[in-house]
Write a protein that binds this ligand. Structure first.
Ligand SMILES: Nc1ncnc2c1ncn2[C@@H]1O[C@H](COP(=O)(O)OP(=O)(O)OP(=O)(O)O)[C@@H](O)[C@H]1O
Length: 263
């Protein structure tokens, strides 16, 4: 077992084997009343890996993200981050501070504030909104924001009110809000939903560039998008892992064809 992978971000992290897990779920069970949303779910995401999670409606994809981020507590099972951090006892805020960032499907930016202000607030998560805006950024923080603005093609919109951005730009800003917090693991729920073809292509390129430095778990229904980004795919069905492998492998799996992809 290696030492804690991410106590301090290290350059060599990107060269670690993706077989080193950044996140491990072991026999996770979640029930709502008597309905089993996740049943003995085991899953492992490697350092720097870009994992896609697919599956039919109701398969448990959102519940999986809710478990990882502490929004929902499992009834049983182990949830280990960074080799030895037990997430099951941590609050959503503690989990976020430990380096797990989540982007929901619907953008949730502060619409009245500028693009830049949204990023500043995100960078100083530990302070209130107004304290964050008054506190001066140091050079390093400013550089990081500039870098993220550029990465998300938002530099020329930095002073625009976020409410005036297009849907796609708001999605990009939301990814930027995650990136300025330097997460180690990003959870992205249907990031391509509602994007134009050009935006989808760019976001695919961006995710491929982020993998290695960050680990990414992407829940997505758009198979074209999955094909353009995924090295490894997990198929969920009825709260369990139905299949895992390359997209080609899972696309050829009879059970996956029957329950999800169709003929
Ligand atoms: N709070 C809840 N109370 C009761 N049942 C729930 C709750 N949350 C989820 N479920 C049920 O758990 C199952 C898994 O839901 P989940 O939202 O995780 O699926 P999903 O794979 O994300 O689906 P979709 O692709 O439609 O978003 C569904 O049958 C859903 O109705």
């Amino acid at each position: 077992m290696t030492d804690s992978l991410f106590t301090q971000p290290q350059l060599q992290d990107r060269y670690r084997k993706t077989t080193d897990p950044v996140l491990q779920l072991e026999k996770i069970n979640v029930t709502f009343d008597s309905f089993c949303a996740l049943t003995d779910l085991s899953l492992s995401i490697g350092v720097g890996e870009l994992r896609c999670v697919i599956g039919p409606n109701g398969a448990g994809k959102t519940t999986l993200m809710d478990i990882i981020t502490g929004k929902t507590r499992p009834d049983s099972g182990k949830l280990t981050y960074d080799q030895n951090i037990d997430l099951t006892g941590m609050s959503p805020v503690e989990i976020s501070r430990a380096g797990i960032g989540r982007k929901f499907q619907k953008p949730t930016v502060f619409e009245a504030l500028s693009v830049m202000e949204n990023l500043e607030i995100a960078q100083k998560m530990d302070k209130s909104v107004w304290t964050s805006l008054r506190a001066k950024l140091n050079g390093e923080q400013r550089d990081r924001i500039d870098e993220v603005l550029q990465q998300l093609r938002l530099t020329e919109y930095r002073h625009h009110p976020s409410g005036l951005l297009s849907h796609g730009q708001k999605q990009f800003l939301e990814i930027g809000i995650l990136l300025v917090q330097e997460p180690h693991l990003l959870l992205l729920d249907e990031p391509a939903a509602g994007l134009t073809d050009a935006e989808t292509e760019y976001i695919a390129e961006l995710f491929r560039a982020l993998a290695g430095k960050h680990s990414l778990m992407v829940v997505e229904h758009d198979m074209g998008f999955v094909e353009s980004i995924a090295d490894y795919v997990t198929v969920l069905h009825q709260g369990q892992v139905l299949a895992e492998g390359s997209l080609r492998q899972v696309q050829a799996n009879e059970q996956v064809i029957n329950v999800y992809l169709g003929r």
